[in-house]
Write a protein that binds this ligand. Structure first.
Ligand code: PLP
Length: 285
């Protein structure tokens, strides 16, 4: 059975779906996206993703109100048509189609596409093993808080990391860690504080980050929102990354330096379980 995707109002088999070669998402990366996890057939943090989508569209001046179409219904439609129990739903909205011009045209009809991907998220070998990350200078643009489809640099850095035998990259700006190629970065200190970079234009305002901070706070963890250096991360007791599809992912080495004893630590393991448990209680069906 072929995968059913959604493009501009229609559900179609993936092979017969397409968008214009003049789409500004394709030519300029003039598009925003969201990735929402599906577990037990339910959507994780759907409304938070939609709020961030609205913000991203606003920051790029793409004149489209996401509430003007039934995005929830389309997510559910893709889930049902593809029998998706666990995995993700990807949503992309571009400014639309126009002759190639650096000047952003006004009044375009945005292009909207969504597709699903079945993936094991909960039983993750990577979460059992923990990730090895390398660090690289963060050479992305200065508005990393907008979830645009301009993903070339993090994609190159992830490829370099994996090519060198690691799992991912943590990017570094002025000596402090910004984030992973597609995740937020966090550490736990020897005395049990959770350190995570505060929200600014430097990083994507992760939906998983926000949920994990809430759950960690409720569980009594002390949280410090501030930048941390690579050296501080290497000295940390535990380290982890968060994203919609990785949930809470342990990081066990940075640039070859083991974190703690180099194995997945108890606190991160607990945070991952807590995140999955709480997300399951709040799914949208
Ligand atoms: N940072 C970057 C650069 C990302 O690409 C992502 C997710 O794709 C995240 C952080 C994590 O965000 P979220 O938890 O909303 O998936």
């Amino acid at each position: 059975m072929s995968r059913i995707v959604y493009v501009n109002g229609a559900y179609l088999p993936a092979e017969s779906a397409g968008i214009s070669i003049f789409d500004r998402g394709l030519l300029f990366g003039d598009a925003v996206y969201e990735v929402t996890a599906v577990i037990d057939g339910g959507l994780v943090d759907f409304h938070a993703h939609q709020q961030r989508l609205r913000r991203s569209l606003g920051e790029l001046g793409i004149d489209f109100d996401p509430a003007s179409i039934d995005l929830m219904g389309i997510h559910q439609g893709l889930r049902d048509r593809n029998g998706l129990d666990e995995g993700l739903i990807y949503l992309q909205i571009s400014r639309g189609v126009a002759d190639r011009d650096f000047l952003q045209p006004e009044g375009l009809e945005p292009s909207i596409l969504l597709f699903s991907q079945a993936l094991p998220l909960i039983d993750s070998p990577a979460a059992e093993r923990g990730l090895a990350v390398i660090t690289r200078e963060d050479l992305r643009w200065g508005r990393r808080d907008i979830k645009t489809t301009q993903l070339l640099y993090p994609s190159m850095m992830k490829t370099e990391a994996v090519g060198g035998g690691a799992d991912d990259v943590w990017m570094v700006d002025n000596g402090t860690v910004t984030e992973g190629s597609s995740s937020n970065a966090h550490i736990l200190t020897a005395d049990g504080r959770l350190i995570t970079r505060g929200l600014s234009h430097d990083i994507l305002h992760g939906i998983t980050r926000a949920a994990v901070l809430d759950y960690a706070r409720e569980a009594g963890l002390e949280i410090e929102e501030r930048p941390f250096t690579v050296a501080e991360a290497q000295q940390a007791r535990e380290a982890f990354a968060t994203s919609a599809t990785a949930f809470v992912m342990p990081v066990v080495s940075i640039d070859g330096q083991p974190i703690g004893d180099g194995r997945v630590g108890e606190s991160v393991r607990r945070l991952r379980s807590l995140y999955i448990e709480r997300s399951r209680e709040r799914l949208t069906f």
